[in-house]
Design a protein around this ligand. Structure first.
Ligand code: ZN
Length: 439
């Protein structure tokens, strides 16, 4: 089956529910950039997609970086004089600053305060904080929780370990007809937050499943990596793969109800930029220029690689109030938005897979469509749209313009233009032109 066929058969309601269910399973896990929470996450994804799990030892150099020590935590809490846990990692994985060093001691509230993080302007929300590269410990809690604490002695326990171990990442390589590759990457290192980043993890998992149902022209490589250090490590270990990457997308924040947002690659005019801008524009979304700040597209677009990798999200990082807080919960992410994002991703890759260049074999006057069964004898709205798409393809197919060029010019969905070209090709009105520009 073609990718377009998979796209046509997508049951949006069901797939949105299933994506949300996967997020529910992943939500409680205490993830960080290394450690067992990340491994548990990959083990859950592996039930759906046959990913390879890679372990890269602590201390491995990765360009200007080094794979850090592995962090794991067994328990972390603050208990009052009566032994009641007033802050407890078991209630939310956000309660502990990620990569907190071990602690076990009694402290007054005033001393403890220096290690407590709240969001005074959002008194019910717990913030998300990390300290990957500075040895530090701390707890995150709601402002309301903090104001309920008495000035007294507290017992603080962070039973964590920072040891030589490894950085873990997941990779699924799906072989297509050619060895030209599409890279799809998501960060999977955040603890209990839904839009950033579990929506991206669910999207890449379900996208991989769907593309595996097709017989794609491109080979596809799906990465589940810890943010920044994970993509840098992957790049440093795969410099031989990099020249085969033709197109790529970074998936993040794809489950909120906001409109789609596409951020272009650094090049700005790569095929992925054209295809994604077309799809996102047709779906009422926004297209933005490249920025060197964001997710792992920063690494893929660094000047030493300059890969054609964009970022397709809904509301981007930092632009929704719930970002990096406990309010980015499972309720914030909607099954219909997840399904809509998945459909948009599939449309983008269908446009890349099925784009082509054709020449009209009857360029003098319009060829007679009715005689070839292409012009409906009884007019109707839908048929009119089909005929219009065929007329655009006939008019514009000069052997140079691609179907995506025509779709943009006509203001018609790529899928409709592709269908029109298939009908015209079958009727002998078009000739495929070998495309040498897609290298
Ligand atoms: Zn984030």
């Amino acid at each position: 089956m073609s990718l377009g066929g998979v796209l046509d058969g997508l049951d949006l309601e069901r797939v949105g529910r299933d994506m949300h269910d996967l997020m529910k399973d992943l939500f409680p896990m205490c993830r960080s950039i290394t450690g067992d929470g990340f491994r548990e996450t990959l083990a859950t994804i592996e039930k759906r997609v046959p990913i390879d799990v890679h372990e890269v030892p602590t201390g491995t150099p990765a360009f200007d970086w080094t794979v850090p020590k592995e962090w794991n935590v067994r328990e972390a809490y603050v208990a009052n004089g009566r032994g009641e846990r007033v802050i407890d990692l078991r209630r939310s994985s956000l309660h502990l600053v990620s990569y907190s060093t071990p602690v076990r001691r009694a402290m007054s509230l005033s001393d403890l305060r220096a290690h407590l993080h709240t969001l005074p302007e959002r008194p019910d929300w717990i913030p998300y904080r990390t300290s990957y590269y500075e040895p530090e410990w701390g707890f995150c809690l709601s402002e309301r929780q903090l104001s309920a604490l008495d000035e007294a002695e507290y017992h603080v326990v962070v039973d964590s370990s920072l040891e030589d171990g490894s950085l873990t990442y997941g990779e699924y390589f799906l072989e297509g007809d050619t060895d030209e590759e599409v890279l799809i990457s998501c960060h999977a290192c955040h603890p209990s937050m839904a839009n950033d980043n579990l929506s991206g993890v669910a999207l890449v998992t379900f996208l991989a499943e769907r593309i595996a149902e097709a017989s794609p022209r491109y080979s596809y490589r799906f990465l589940f990596v810890p943010g920044t250090i994970g993509s840098i490590t992957w790049l440093s270990m795969n410099e031989d793969v990099v020249p085969r990457i033709r197109h790529g997308l970074v998936a993040a924040c794809v489950g909120d109800p906001g409109p789609l947002t596409y951020q272009r690659s650094q090049r700005g005019d790569a095929d992925i930029d054209r295809a994604a801008a077309h799809v996102v524009g047709r779906r009422g979304g926004r297209v933005r220029e490249f920025s060197p700040y964001g997710y792992d597209e920063r690494q893929y677009n660094s000047p030493g690689f300059n890969l054609p990798v964009g970022c397709l999200s809904r509301t981007p990082h930092g632009e929704f109030a719930e970002y990096h807080t406990s309010a980015d919960g499972l309720d914030f992410v909607r099954p219909d938005a997840l399904a809509d994002s998945l459909e948009a991703y599939l449309e983008v890759f269908t446009a890349l897979e099925e784009n082509g260049t054709f020449a009209n074999l009857f360029p003098k006057g319009e060829p007679q469509l009715g005689r070839r069964g292409l012009y409906p004898s009884i007019g109707g709205k839908e048929a009119d749209a089909e005929v219009l798409a065929m007329l655009w393809v006939l008019n514009q197919s000069d052997g140079n313009r691609t179907l995506l060029d025509i779709a943009d010019r006509a203001g018609i969905d790529f899928r409709s233009i592709r269908r029109a070209a298939s009908s015209l090709l079958a009727a002998g009105l078009l000739r495929a032109v070998l495309d040498s520009s897609s290298t």
